[in-house]
Design a protein around this ligand. Structure first.
Ligand code: CA
Length: 423
């Protein structure tokens, strides 16, 4: 498959060399600051373009479908439900306005008002999430977990290479980067005990994931094919799917994860669009055995996205503990959405679909502490000299993601979450 050609772009906005938010990216988010009520913006370098101001000044005048207050709503749901032809056009107009040789905004009297400092903005949830689904699509992760908890010779369950396995998660506890979480409490049972105990989780873990957000609904009863799936996907965020391994281990048979998972999931606040990721598209891993016809794909749906996890103990330096990549995923997003809806399940605008922990083939690419410290048998050493089997109170977990090809960089920013003691 030929890759789309991208001509070099420069902006009149100063964009630091290693910035995730280049003119090629232009992700959408919702922000507020001391002066401004919640509104939609596009990130570029250290700035946010205030879309409400641009709309007010008539920069989107040729988009008659745009309600006057569309960028002043508390989520992007209404905006992205207008469809890709509108969202894509808004992004293109902003890209045009930010180009080095374009004077329309650069020399305009509202320039100061339209460009907000990212440092002074508080990022909010970009969408109102109605439903959240968590897949389990990394073969390396599923193999590691199966090896640790079941049988190394039969680490993958018989259905795994035939079904993009998933479960319905909890939408109410999805929070943006910067919001701390409290260590969850619950039941767990030690292997040498007959009865469960109750208390703060002793095995709090992160899961390194990406999530896609749907921007279009299907009718209940209708399925979405792999070919149509990307028309329903607006974009991606980083997703830290917090997990309490001890609570999870005791509760998950027979119906799967519940309180071990539903207390919090943290996301990066900028939605990177599918359009911005186009240059980084590639073929996913070969699927063997052959999948059923409804899961077959005509085109490539994998993306080359570098991912990192860092742990920062309170008041100390951070340590990178994992480097992985989204391209390792066995099941792609088109297959996930096709499978999700093949029974007629209806999806909505703003719904979130996490990939499942993204582990790579090497030991430093595992996407959870469970795997990195191998069930606590091989503690991870941090730069301050301490060790971790899981996440301690006071620790901050940072996830980063970016794509890079030649001079083009498109990144997700970060999802940063501190763990506070149990309440
Ligand atoms: Ca997960």
């Amino acid at each position: 498959m030929t890759k789309p050609e991208v001509s070099a772009l420069n902006s009149w906005v100063q964009v630091p060399k290693d910035s995730d938010f280049t003119i090629y990216n232009l992700p959408f988010g919702v922000f507020k600051n001391k002066r401004l009520s919640p509104r939609a913006g596009i990130a570029i370098g250290d700035k946010i373009v205030d879309l409400a101001v641009l709309h007010d000044e008539g920069f989107f005048a040729d988009l008659s479908q745009l309600p006057h207050d569309i960028f002043l709503r508390e989520s992007l749901n209404d905006f992205i439900s207008l469809g890709k032809s509108v969202t894509r056009r808004v992004r293109e107009i902003v890209q045009e306005l930010l180009k080095e040789d374009n004077e329309a905004l650069r020399e305009h009297q509202i320039r100061g008002k339209a460009m907000v400092n990212r440092k002074e903005a508080q990022m909010l949830m970009p969408v109102k999430v109605g439903d959240y689904t968590d897949f389990y699509s990394s073969m390396e992760h599923a193999t590691n977990v199966g090896t640790m908890f079941r049988d190394p010779d039969n680490a993958l369950l018989p259905n795994w290479k035939h079904i993009p396995v998933g479960y319905h998660g909890r939408a109410s506890s999805i929070i943006p980067s910067g919001v701390p979480i409290h260590r969850p409490k619950g039941q767990f049972k030690d292997a040498d005990q007959d009865l469960p105990q109750f208390g703060p989780s002793r095995r709090l873990d992160f899961e390194l994931e990406l999530a896609f957000i749907t921007g279009r609904q299907n009718k209940m009863g209708d399925s979405i094919s792999t070919d149509e799936a990307e028309d329903f996907i607006f974009g991606f965020v980083l997703f830290n799917d917090w997990s309490a391994r001890d609570i999870q281990a005791w509760e998950y048979v027979p119906l799967g994860p519940f309180l071990g998972k539903n207390f919090a999931s943290s996301i990066s606040p900028w939605i990177v669009t599918l359009e911005a990721l186009e240059v980084f598209r590639l073929a996913g891993p070969k699927q063997e055995p052959e999948v059923l016809p409804y899961l077959k794909c005509e085109k490539d749906h994998a993306f080359d996205i570098n991912l990192e996890v860092l742990i920062q103990p309170e008041g100390k330096k951070e340590t990178k503990v994992c480097s992985s990549n989204f391209k390792y995923m066995y099941w792609n997003v088109a297959q996930q959405l096709a499978h999700h809806t093949v029974n007629g399940c209806n999806i909505n605008v703003g719904d979130m679909y996490a990939s499942g922990t993204i582990s790579g083939p090497t030991k430093d690419s595992f996407g959870s502490m469970l795997e990195l410290a191998w069930k606590g048998t091989n503690p991870v050493k941090l730069e301050d000299g301490s060790e971790r089997k899981f996440i301690d109170d006071g620790d901050t977990v940072v996830m980063k993601g970016y794509c890079k090809k030649d001079d083009i960089r498109v990144g997700f920013g970060e999802v940063i979450t501190q763990v506070l003691p149990a309440k």
